[in-house]
Design a protein around this ligand. Structure first.
Ligand code: APR
Length: 317
């Protein structure tokens, strides 16, 4: 059987880490595309020269031509500008829309059967645009945001409680913006509600709520926290890890349940928009959207987040 092929469009900070992670996990042969000459070629050569050390058997090719992505099973898009301190993701919409349009045309022409995972921001609008331009079925065009937002939420919980990140389960829903919805009620440590553990830790319900609220707030602003520290760009290790988990679930038909920016057709009361929800990702791309009951407060937060996504998508038009 031929090896799988993964195309990465955008060879910047995230693109480089994506290439390295895809190679280390032997997900398939990697093609790294960028408009800057030499950048993807240099990164691929550098990573490939580590293969005897790390022991991975995949081909890595850097390129400036779309012909090289032909036959890709999965395409991950990071082309576009990252934020600078003080900017919101939404401030990127004009410049990144133009870039996304050209990228989506390239994917449509040269990898028409691929699954596409978008990372470029503002995420929900860029996924919407990518699907429109490619015309691919919705189950084949998705966005990475929720895996990362949830990972950040899980990390803060693990650090607060002094437990392994492996035993924390938590999820965010909604758009990839300040109104995202970290689900407090469903956050658990091996099934034990995090709120209960906080109440026991502090022996004080009000304090437990205060600590949880602070973690929710930090999760919502976590991307900005990294931008403020880096000053020259945005997070790149964690977005790359998150998108690789999604690509792996598709390529290896793992059927993992991952918060995914997916096209909704009435689920969670949303119709005709891309929003973050738990999805089963497998060989068919989005194979299922897992719906569940939200209480009134959670639904209100979801509605607010969806309203923000709709506003952004309206700018696209
Ligand atoms: N086609 C392909 N690549 C492009 C294009 C284009 N039309 N325009 C720009 N690029 C490339 C740039 O040359 C650069 O190498 O996209 C790359 C982006 O890399 P970085 O600037 O390092 O940004 P990165 O941190 O990787 O983030 C990329 O993901 O999380 C989002 O907000 C982030 O939108 C940003 C994107």
């Amino acid at each position: 059987m031929a090896r799988k092929k993964i195309a990465l469009i955008g060879g910047g900070q995230i693109g480089g880490v994506l290439a390295q992670l895809a190679a280390l996990r032997e997900l398939g042969d990697v093609v790294l595309f960028d408009i800057v000459e030499g950048l993807p070629q240099g990164k691929c050569l550098d990573i490939a020269e580590a293969s005897p050390v790390d022991g991975f058997d995949v081909c890595l090719k850097g390129t400036n031509t779309y012909e090289d992505i032909a036959g890709s099973d999965v395409v991950i898009v990071t082309a576009g500008l990252p934020r600078k301190p003080g900017m919101s993701r939404d401030d990127l919409i004009d410049v990144n829309s133009k870039i996304m349009t050209s990228v989506a045309e390239g994917i449509k022409a040269h990898a028409p059967n691929s699954f596409v995972i978008v990372i470029s921001n503002p995420l929900d609008a860029m996924v919407t645009l990518c699907q429109k331009v490619t015309g691919f079925p919705h189950n084949r065009v998705i966005g990475q945001a929720g895996v990362l937002d949830s990972a950040r939420f899980k990390a803060f919980i693990a650090w607060e409680l002094g437990v392994s990140v492996k035993d924390v389960n938590a999820m965010t829903l909604g758009g990839h913006g300040d109104d995202m919805v970290p689900l407090v009620r469903y956050a658990s440590v091996n099934g034990i509600p995090v709120l209960e553990l906080l109440e026991r830790k502090y022996n004080d319900k009000a304090k437990a709520k205060e600590v949880m609220d602070a973690m929710v707030k930090r999760t919502r602003g976590a991307g900005g926290e990294v931008v403020a520290l880096l000053k020259t760009g945005s997070a790149f290790y964690s977005p790359a890890s998150s998108a690789i988990a999604m690509a792996e679930s598709i390529l290896r038909d793992q059927k993992r349940v991952l918060p995914t920016c997916a096209y909704l057709n009435g689920e969670f009361g949303v119709k005709g928009f891309y929003v973050g929800v738990p999805c089963v990702l497998g060989a068919g791309g989005v194979e299922q959207i897992l719906q569940f009951e939200l209480d009134a407060e959670e639904q209100a937060m979801m509605d607010k987040s969806v309203a923000a996504v709709k506003e952004l998508v309206a700018i696209l038009k």
